[in-house]
Design a binder for this molecule. Structure first.
Ligand SMILES: Cc1ncc(COP(=O)(O)O)c(C=O)c1O
Length: 477
């Protein structure tokens, strides 16, 4: 191979008495300008790749402190991280760099829909990357067209736009609402208290939680929040400038709170009456987590008028790519061409690689009937949690959620839940669950969320319940 393409990991890391240390001079050989053109041999294959990208040096393999030091020195500290250094995963389990195993009931916050290291995802990545990884959205390619078709088929008549994350999907819907109301001078989007819509400037303006906004004022104008599940509050909040309403079918970060069927149907009627767009954020609660593709489909099951309910826009991300970054929004047919050529875009949005992975995930979900699994194992897990709430009422106040989007609400101020009192109870409980070998995701101060892979087995749910009980029983008075 061409030695000019041989790169070493910059800057090189060396081990000194078990600690990683950075050498001062990066060891990179850059190719000269002329050597890059058509330089791959005809027989380019995966073994050639191994030569170009050598294995990382073995420095960090067994040294959590070294990895944490790399973060402390080099990574913006915008996350409060737990003291766990993960290495790899398999199915519903994750392993840290010491080899300790955790049952992963968080799935990277509802992302790893097929669990970890699923061979179908690996296959899609390898197969598609052998063909083409990226093309500009100036051109057409089959995977994006097929994925859009599949999503339209799952939701209803309309069209899709692809991007890379949940907040970017919401941002697209905000732009859709602005375009929709523009000629009448309408621009305002009403959202709900305790909602979460992402971390960009528009995302935090839309989010109904003060903690995400603090320090970033002045906020993007045109967003106001009203209480969730309160139709009258929403009606009262409308102004001549209102163009759209956005809600989550199930508030995730807000604490696993379901919209009621009456609320959803009422929102649809209100939007029709006032000529507003009804937008739904399906980033966390979507993609079969509830047993149906979108949470509103599950909530409205068997409810008169429910089967014909459709919002005007839906944002998606997280499980759509199972860990590979992809986001999307669907827009209902009457408004599907509002964002015309030149009005919106994303360099990486809907790349052949991302779409191939998303298509493969949909295929596995369908083939292995994972929507049914989410419903059945979810019901099993939820009734187990309810049993724990009945047995330990001094610890668990309520059980919430549906399918594999579940939560337990803690009793305020559990005396035995010791630890750093500056930390919320949900964080302190998460630490105890980690020590027991289970990963779950706090939501606010009092709620612990369980968002496992959609292919969680009943035996794994049972194991999870036992681990949770082992912690909760110790906290009970
Ligand atoms: C409901 C909801 N919307 C939007 C987002 C933002 O998604 P992302 O982090 O991919 O931008 C999240 C992330 O947790 C979410 O839960």
């Amino acid at each position: 191979m061409n030695p000019a393409l041989r790169l070493a990991y910059p800057p090189a890391l060396v081990v000194v008495s078990g600690c990683a240390r950075l050498t001062s001079t990066p060891n990179i050989t850059l190719p000269s300008a002329g050597t890059l053109v058509n330089d791959f041999p005809d027989s380019f294959d995966a073994s050639t790749m191994k030569e170009i990208v050598p294995s990382p040096p073995p420095i960090v393999r067994n040294d959590a402190a070294a990895v944490q030091a790399l973060f402390q020195q080099n990574v913006v500290p915008s996350y409060g991280r737990f003291d766990i250094v993960l290495s790899h995963g398999s199915g519903s389990y994750l392993y840290d760099i010491t080899g300790r195993r955790y049952l992963d009931l968080g799935s990277g916050i509802a992302v790893s829909a097929l669990g970890h290291a699923h061979p179908a995802i690996t296959e899609a990545l390898v197969e598609q990357s052998r063909k083409i990884i990226h093309v500009s959205n100036f051109y057409y390619h089959e995977p994006q067209g097929r994925l859009a078709q599949a999503l339209v088929h799952l939701i209803g008549p309309g069209k899709c736009f692809f991007c890379n994350s949940g907040v970017e999907a919401n941002e697209g819907l905000f732009k859709l609402a602005r375009k929709f109301g523009h000629d009448e001078g309408r621009f305002e989007i009403i959202t709900t208290l305790n909602s979460f819509h992402g971390r960009t400037l528009a995302g935090i303006a839309a989010t109904g939680q003060e903690k995400v906004k603090k320090g970033f004022e002045p906020l993007v104008p045109g967003f106001r929040q009203v209480p969730y599940n309160d139709l009258e509050a929403l009606r009262a909040a409308l102004s001549p400038a209102t163009a759209a309403i956005m809600v989550e079918g199930i508030q995730g970060e807000g604490g696993v709170t379901l919209a009621s069927a009456d609320y959803l149907l009422g929102l649809r009627r209100l939007c029709d009456e006032k000529k507003l767009l009804l937008l739904m954020d399906g980033v966390q609660c979507g993609h079969f987590r509830t047993g149906r593709f979108q949470s509103f489909q599950r909530i409205l099951e068997g409810v008169p008028g429910g089967e014909t309910f459709l919002p005007d826009g839906i944002s998606m991300a997280k499980s759509l790519g199972g860990g590979f970054p992809i986001g999307a929004f669907w827009v209902r047919a009457p408004y599907a061409d509002l964002l015309g050529a030149g009005t919106h875009g994303s360099t990486y949005g809907g790349s052949p690689l991302a779409c191939a992975v998303a298509l493969q995930i949909l295929d596995v979900i369908q083939r292995e009937k994972l929507a049914d699994n989410a419903r059945q194992v979810g019901d099993f897990f939820k009734s187990g949690l309810q049993q724990l709430a009945n047995n330990y009422p001094s610890v668990i106040q309520t059980v919430r959620g549906t399918g594999l989007m579940l939560g337990i609400e803690l009793v305020p101020q559990i005396p035995n839940l010791t630890g750093d009192s500056d930390k919320a109870q949900a964080i302190r409980l998460a630490l105890l669950l980690h020590a027991a070998g289970l990963l779950a995701i706090p939501a606010g101060a009092q709620i612990m969320r369980f968002l496992p892979p959609l292919n969680l087995r009943q035996g794994e749910a049972e194991e999870g319940l036992k681990l949770i009980e082992s912690v909760v029983a110790r906290l009970a008075v």
